[in-house]
Design a binder for this molecule. Structure first.
Ligand code: XLS
Ligand code: NI
Ligand code: NI
Length: 439
């Protein structure tokens, strides 16, 4: 098969002074940061859905794609699905991305029946396996598309229709099996339409119970087939439904705790989803990290002026610095990765734009990583935070943390102490300036 990107050679690191748009200025795969290579820290991943399947439609007239993809023949056939596989791997290889991620229906088309669909998937998985073997590129995570087909109009595991729940279970069973077969490092549950458009027709409690039961079945199947990859749940508050049940990191954690699933799933946090929920990415990462559930990230960004999931490539150094500060604080990515759930703008319609987009995202994360490491090495930020809480390190604070005192003792203490005199400045502006020293 002829190369899909014949004019593009392997993207190399040329350093910050390079003016070559097809070179990395900051991402230097083997460079060590805090004793680990950038490649290991960042574990970049390319998504099949935007990179291979997107057409460049938009929110206004979603149907009209603009993207030029010379290797596409205009069909959603099995044959085309097979031809697309080496294109993805050529792209990842030239980019130097060690991983990719997919939904079952991105890689292979639905057939006339579920068994035909499964056969299509098996055929393409064979091809994916071969390409993985030839290139050394691995599967970061697989997932099932439970939101495009009209059968899922009311949701999948939270559908009002039990047959739809069963269909979704059959689909996810297969998707976990092929992810296992491809040695995927993880499997993601993103509740495509698990939510509601109106409460007037919705039994929320029943739907949540069904979602809990569904995930328990998935965990049981994972154990049964011996899949060792990490399960993740991906928060998102809205779009396509008015309200998605996995609305943010805190809601997901509460759900997992309530249904006794906290030991089995971590979170895959996406920037644009966090901002749609009214949080920063760093906020949701901190929430997940504090609960020991920080698993993986979907790297993208929204547009501050637009209220939907625009899935743009991240280029903001402040954003990537904050992300990397929190990731490093919680020990970094292990099974997870930096998965570019992002797409080119509709006007960026040439194949080379895919390279510009990913190179920019990888460089932004490499800079974020280096800046975060420098801030940590400098130590002033951490020291400030530590000192801010110093009243808890000894005396009364320590006794409270150890659970040695109650309201009675605290009231006695306070009556003796009188008014608080010891509050210190929060120094927000000072700290913002400090971060800017490193940007
Ligand atoms: C959609 C989600 C989706 C998941 C995978 O907004 O980000 O792409 O990452 O199903
Ligand atoms: Ni995502
Ligand atoms: Ni998204």
């Amino acid at each position: 098969m002829p190369a899909a990107f014949p004019k593009i050679r392997t993207i190399r690191y040329e350093g910050p002074d390079s003016k070559n748009p097809l070179a990395f200025k900051h991402y230097n795969a083997d460079e060590l940061v805090e004793g680990k290579s950038m490649k290991e820290h960042l574990r970049f991943s390319v998504v099949y859905w935007h990179t291979m399947r997107g057409r460049g439609g938009d929110m206004f007239d979603g149907g009209s794609g603009t993207w030029l993809r010379p290797w596409e023949d205009g069909t959603n056939s099995l044959n085309m699905a097979l031809k697309r596989v080496p294109v993805l791997f050529e792209f990842c290889e030239k980019l130097g991305a060690p991983f990719y991620a997919f939904h079952d229906r991105d890689v292979a088309p639905e057939g006339k029946s579920l068994s035909q669909t499964n056969k299509n998937l098996d055929r393409v998985v064979k091809e994916l396996k071969k390409c993985q073997r030839d290139t050394g590129i691995g599967l970061l995570w697989g997932t099932a598309c439970l939101f495009v087909h009209p059968r899922y109009m009311h949701g999948a595991a939270t559908s009002c229709n039990a047959d739809v729940f069963a269909y979704a279970a059959a689909q996810v069973k297969k998707a976990i099996e092929v992810t296992h077969d491809l040695r995927g490092a993880g499997y993601v549950f993103w509740g495509g339409r698990e939510g509601y458009s109106t409460l007037l027709n919705t039994d929320m409690k029943r739907e949540l119970d069904h979602l809990g039961a569904f995930l328990h079945m998935a965990v049981a199947h994972k154990k049964k087939i011996g899949f060792k990859g990490q399960f993740y749940i991906e928060p998102k508050p809205k779009e396509p439904t008015k309200h998605q049940y996995d609305s943010d990191a805190a809601a997901c954690l509460n759900f997992l705790r309530e249904y006794d699933l906290l030991g089995d799933l971590k979170l895959n946090i996406e920037t644009n989803h966090a901002t749609l929920a009214g949080h920063t990415m760093q906020h949701d990462l901190e929430v997940a990290g504090a609960a020991g559930a920080l698993g993986s990230i979907d790297a993208n960004t929204g547009d501050v002026m637009l209220g939907w999931d625009t899935d743009q490539f991240p280029t903001d150094i402040y954003l990537t610095t904050q992300i990397m500060l929190t990731l490093l604080k919680y020990g970094g990515l292990t099974t997870g990765g930096t998965n570019f759930d992002a797409k080119c703008r509709r006007e960026s319609f040439e194949p080379v734009d895919l390279f510009h987009a990913h190179i920019g995202g990888m460089d932004a994360f490499a800079r974020g990583l280096k800046i975060a490491a420098a801030i940590r090495k400098d130590g002033r930020l951490a020291e400030f935070v530590k000192n801010r809480y110093s009243s808890w390190d000894s005396g009364l604070g320590q006794q409270i943390e150890k659970g040695k005192v109650g309201f009675k003792e605290l009231a006695q203490y306070t009556l003796k102490l009188g008014e608080i005199k010891t509050n210190q400045s929060g120094r927000q502006e000072f700290l913002e300036n400090l971060i800017n020293e490193f940007i």
